[in-house]
Design a protein. Sequence first.
Length: 561
Amino acid sequence: MRIPPTPDMSTAALQTLINLMLAQAQECIWQRAAMDQLRDGTIARLAIKIAEFYDAAYELATNSSTQNVFPKQWLTHMQVKALHFNAASQFRKACECISQNKYGEEVARLQIANSLVKRAFDLLRSFFPFSSPTSGSSSTAISPAVVSDLRSLQQIIQTNLARAEKDNDVIYLENVPSPSALPAIQKTEMVKPVAPQEISDPVALMLSNERRADAPPHPVIGLPLFQKLVPFAVHQAASVYVDRKERVIKEDIIARLEELSAVYHSSIQSLNLSATLAGFEQTAGLPGPLRNQASEVRNEGGSQVLYEMWEKVQQASSKNTGILEDAFNALDEEQENDESFRSQYRERWNRPESHAFTAQLVSQGQQHRSTLMSAQKADQTVFGKLETWAKIIDVLALPEQELEQSVPGASGDDEEGASGKEAIEQLRALLDEMDDHLIARRQIADRARKLSNADDISPVLLKKAAQITAKSPVVKIDPAQFEELFVDELRKYDDILMEIDRQDERQNQVLREMARVHQEYSKAREKGSATAKRERALQNLSQAYLKFKEIKMNLQDGLKV
């Protein structure tokens, strides 16, 4: 660096962070060793190295050059963790002493561990006098998890120390050596700092990355500086193209396909082909869909439930009308009293006239009255539909056996059956063909969306911009200069648009053919034939179901209003 580094980038500060991270990495290995229940001596050697890393981090962090870099909480954390793992190392070494019959050394190491844990808690109290680390309070700046681990370690050390002292005093009677007489715990280092190549030799990587313009970006350093900088007009042109592309997808493709399908379903419903096919193909009994519809109407109560809903609507309408009329009467009475007092007291009655106060209320009341009148007219329309369809709805709500008896069976006449079979087969073939077209339309829409998602003309725009500025780099670029490019690029959707045109043309042919065959089929049926009667009955029942749902929805809307 050509200038002295800032304190946070000084050697001491960076070494502090390195030691802190090494301590945390070694701590992960120590935790895994403890979980795998390795030997106590091995765990003790790992722990003493963790403490050494934390001690080194603290010493570097309190260096004169870094004394204001790290917050007080960090420094306390490093000290507490160093004491914690020193104590943990002594505890694990004491556990190893039991297996080696060194009972006096066990007591000495447990005493040292207990002393280290007490020092850690004393440190927390001295730095945070208004908190209580031993109570588990999270008000300290030290993580509650660290305090909890320290407390758990203290409990297990104190428990083992009491047990060891008692056993040695009563049974083993060994001398307890002084701390200075204890052999040092060997250290096992499992981590080391390794600088990535991007840090250790950045110049070589940058040079290799910039040796050619089309070199792939480095995963860490990225692309060369300013390589992606393009004129603002190019961004504008890209935005214009995206808008036009989305308009083609949404309006010319998706919306048109949905419109074609809607026209098809509407035509099928108007011809009532489902009832026609069911009436011909099933000469007795009820078609499955109609049986389900009848069950639904029967379970919901038939026309009786509609009449009950109608009564509730009328009651609500009368109640609302009465409330509104009471409000108007109160306003009229207030105005009459005002006029009476005004004529009686004359100039002494100097308050503003009543209509000045109530004008807004009267206007709102008129709006509510108009809404009620409109609702009442709509109610009468709904009631008319109910009266018209109530009887056949009740037929649809009959028990299944009675409903089947009410529907006439088809004629068994061979000549009549043969005359309609060919027409029904034609209608069925046309319906199957249109089912295939509906599947194809979903595939067309999916293909259009995928093509749009992959349609990125940025490279083409950049190439065009380079051509525009080839003679002079100061030439002004305008989005209008890309108009011909837009037209050319949008041609990639022409195949899809032509396919939709073919779908439209074929659907019109199919619908005309369906209408012709259905008309011929209807004329071929004598109005009095059994098959014709059965078809009309099934159609009426199917229509009654639709009217039941429609009237019920109208009445529900009336109750909401």
